[in-house]
Design a protein around this ligand. Structure first.
Ligand code: HEM
Length: 399
């Protein structure tokens, strides 16, 4: 515990971050909780929200204090990960190294070439006329990710739409019981059978990332069950997050055509544009932790055994961290150290793949499209743990 600051009582709030109203505008809900205090007790669901950028980053640096072996809303289900995310060293060191090996530099080269080929095909196919109306979610994000992501893993072509329901249910599982959650989980259950069948060794193509994980089991680096769990984790963690991030990025450009012009004039801004997009619209709203021995957050004392949510979506708009946090600006003057991929021990294992996927599509688009504007009212998806768009209408003008 810090000794230079007196221990303060943690305020509680009756804002319900999981109400339908909050889910319709999580930036407003999480922003309101963030402005109460750095840590706030959410009485209705008996957990503590850590709300501000600096405190979340500091907390995530210390995985012993903010442990990920338990968290709020963590009942066992087919969507709860069994590996990596809720492990700690030494088990985590081994499984994370295995998955990072597969999702890292040794595969990024060929993946990048394949992503570019498919992104070019998709955008050329779409831009047959001088100006086209398209849905940034369905036509672009899903059209692209549902092709390239399962392909590089080595999943079969048939039935892969199941990933849409599986991903959405997975990220709705981590919140309170409600009609909304029941509906999403029921829809996701239909997809579970497909996922369980297709994470098996025999279902995967021999030249994909999934087969590489099973090859590690053959070498004795991980067990057969761990390989299977890692393939499932890749299915669960990699799809909905990437599609949400890409659709939200395209919506942001539709709302800010001037930012597209900046990128047209300077293609080197493509990587920074993606980083700003996931800062502005984080695809993942929070991460769960617990404090086995209690913890200090800026002078507030969390009790031993407290369940905690690190609210990184709200932190993405923290005015203590960013100038004009509610402005989408692809060339922010300061390095954009956002928390969209988490931070510390559990930093996203697929962040390089997601970055490659998104920046490759964006490059193909910026090469071919001179102007992007909004073509209707976008709709965000209602989800407990994910933030994304289910509809992002755009008018695209061919270069
Ligand atoms: C835009 C896309 C993505 C976003 C925003 C995202 C976000 C995140 C975040 C915030 C975490 C940390 C969770 C926590 O600390 O509680 C995480 C962890 C993880 N992500 Fe991602 N993710 C994305 C794409 C992917 C992809 C494409 C894959 C796999 C191919 C992936 C695999 C993982 C894994 C395995 C973990 C657990 C890492 C660990 O516990 O050490 N993610 N992701």
């Amino acid at each position: 515990m810090r000794t230079d600051t007196p221990v303060r009582d943690i305020p509680s709030t009756d804002i319900d971050p999981f109400s339908m109203e909050s889910l319709a505008d999580p930036f407003a809900a999480d922003g309101a909780v963030r402005e109460i205090a750095p840590v706030v007790y959410v009485a209705k669901h008996d957990y503590y929200a850590v709300t501000r950028f600096a405190d979340i980053r500091k907390g995530l640096r210390n995985w012993r204090v903010f442990s990920s072996t338990d968290r709020p809303f963590y009942e066992d289900s087919e969507f709860r990960p069994r590996i990596v995310l809720f492990e700690e060293p030494p088990a985590h060191t081994r499984t994370k190294a295995a998955i990072m090996d597969v999702l890292g530099p040794k595969n990024l080269g060929w993946m990048g070439e394949y992503f570019k080929e498919q992104a070019d095909l998709l955008v050329d196919g779409l831009m047959r006329d001088e100006s086209v109306t398209a849905d940034g979610y369905l036509d672009l994000s899903i059209g692209y990710v549902l092709k390239v992501f399962p392909d590089v893993i080595g999943m079969p072509g048939e039935g892969r739409e199941a990933l849409l329901k599986f991903g959405s249910a997975g990220l709705n599982a981590f919140g309170p019981a409600s009609e909304h959650r029941d509906r999403k989980l029921a829809a996701g259950s239909e997809a579970v059978a497909w996922v369980e069948d297709n994470i098996n060794r025999d279902a995967l193509r021999p030249d994909g990332l999934g087969a590489q994980l099973y090859a590690m089991a053959d070498e004795g680096r991980i067990s057969e069950n761990e390989a299977r769990d890692l393939v499932k984790t890749v299915f669960a963690a990699g799809f909905d997050t990437s599609t949400s991030g890409i659709a939200s990025m395209l919506r942001a450009f539709g709302d800010h055509p001037g930012e597209w012009q900046k990128m047209r004039e300077n293609r080197d801004l493509v990587p920074a544009a993606w980083e700003e997009a996931v800062r502005f619209y984080p695809p993942n709203r929070f991460g769960g932790r617990w404090t086995p021995d209690g913890a200090d957050v800026d002078g507030y004392r969390l009790p031993p055994g407290a369940k905690v949510l690190m609210m990184w979506l709200g932190a993405a708009r923290d005015p203590r961290e960013y100038d004009d946090p509610d402005v989408f600006c692809i060339d922010r003057p300061t390095p954009n150290g956002h928390l969209a991929f988490g931070f510390g021990l559990h930093t996203c294992a697929g962040n390089m793949v997601a970055r490659l996927e998104a920046t490759t599509l964006l490059t193909s688009m910026v090469e071919r499209i001179s102007f992007v504007e909004r073509a209707g009212e976008p709709r965000t998806a209602i989800n407990y743990q994910a933030f994304g768009h289910e509809y992002a209408p755009l008018r695209l003008h061919r270069a």
